[in-house]
Ligand binder design. Structure first.
Ligand SMILES: [Zn+2]
Length: 336
């Protein structure tokens, strides 16, 4: 973690792992009480406290981590109010209920120490700097879009999912400064648009003219993407998404020269386990090629015997196997 001094004090409660999910949103909170990050961390460490968060940022910029990012914190409580557009103290952002998941499984929670019990304090300069840097660091490591949250991910406050009880969480936060900080630093981090590519704010176009859009575009922009790692095809649906991992179900994928990006409703955007998939496809290819050879031999032998019906049946079988082998070969060539 770059230039961040983070203390560790483990919270008493969290959910182990994320049930196969990964963080796609960052949720900002205010503590509505406490003066030091340590005090809040000690509160979370008490087994009687039925709450936790991944990080707490003190007034002096000190950061405590209480839950591993690989685990889900007990941070967000229930999704309340009717679905709609959040931020109006009435509606929650519709994607939280559309997800059909515990939001803690797909979020990282950052608490900001605010001594006022109504969260009305502004962040201190030190607290703001630490918050911005921590957010940038987390976004880069998890590929979380560095912008205000929408259905595909991003950054928002607790009010986004719980307008009934947490409309004042985190309270005042310098959102506009956050966006300009996150964008200004893109260049320094060698992130953003890869050299030689073009982007109009919605569509990213590689030097070979192939487009990358939506979540895959966000992913490329949020990572140190090699300019030579061009997309070889457009994003398309695939069921199953991976032959080697049928449990993923269907989704979309786009193959690049050295990477395959995939998306499922449950997991969001992620990099495919290409090696695993390659090995599975190669073994299928070898097996099917063997079967074709065997059937050809059998056919040749049957021809000599002049069993017309048998021969016809074998011919049909052979044509089927050849078709499957051809598909496997096409798939192999495309993943490189
Ligand atoms: Zn909160």
């Amino acid at each position: 973690m770059a230039n961040l001094n983070i203390q560790w004090l483990e919270a008493a409660h969290h959910w182990e792992g994320r049930e196969g999910q990964q963080p796609r949103w960052l949720i900002l909170h205010g503590t509505a009480g406490f003066h030091r990050a340590y005090d809040c961390a000690a509160f979370f460490a008490d087994p009687a406290t039925q709450a936790s968060a991944h990080y707490i940022i003190g007034l002096d910029g000190e950061i405590y981590q209480c839950v591993s990012e690989d685990d889900a914190a007990w941070a967000n409580g229930a999704v309340t109010g009717p679905a709609g557009t959040g931020g109006d103290s009435v509606h929650h952002d519709a994607w939280w209920s559309d997800l059909g998941l515990n939001p803690n499984l797909v979020t990282i929670a950052i608490e900001h120490i605010k001594p006022s019990t109504d969260n009305s304090d502004e962040l201190t300069e030190a607290q703001k700097r630490a918050s911005f840097q921590l957010i940038k660091d987390i976004c880069q490591r998890w590929g979380i879009p560095k912008r205000y949250a929408d259905a595909r991910g991003g950054i928002t406050g607790h009010f986004s999912m719980d307008p009934v009880n947490r409309t004042g969480c985190p309270g005042p936060y310098p959102w506009d400064e956050l966006w300009s900080f996150l964008n200004k630093n893109e260049g320094d981090q060698k992130m953003g648009i890869p050299n030689g590519w073009k982007d109009d704010g919605k569509t990213l176009i590689a030097p070979n003219g192939v487009k990358v859009v939506q979540g895959f575009r966000d992913y490329v922009l949020a990572h140190a993407w090699h300019p030579g790692n061009w997309p070889l095809e457009s994003e398309h649906g695939a069921t199953p998404l991976e032959i080697s991992n049928p449990s993923l179900g269907g989704g979309t994928q786009q193959r690049f020269r050295w990477t395959t990006l995939e998306w499922t409703p449950a997991k969001g955007v992620f990099e495919a386990w290409s090696g695993q998939e390659w090995i599975k496809l190669r073994s299928e290819y070898d097996r099917l090629t063997g079967q074709v050879k065997q059937l050809q031999d059998q056919l040749a032998a049957e021809k000599g015997k002049n069993h017309a019906i048998e021969v016809e049946k074998l011919k049909q079988q052979l044509a089927q196997y050849q078709q499957v082998a051809k598909q496997a070969l096409t798939a192999l060539q495309s993943i490189k």
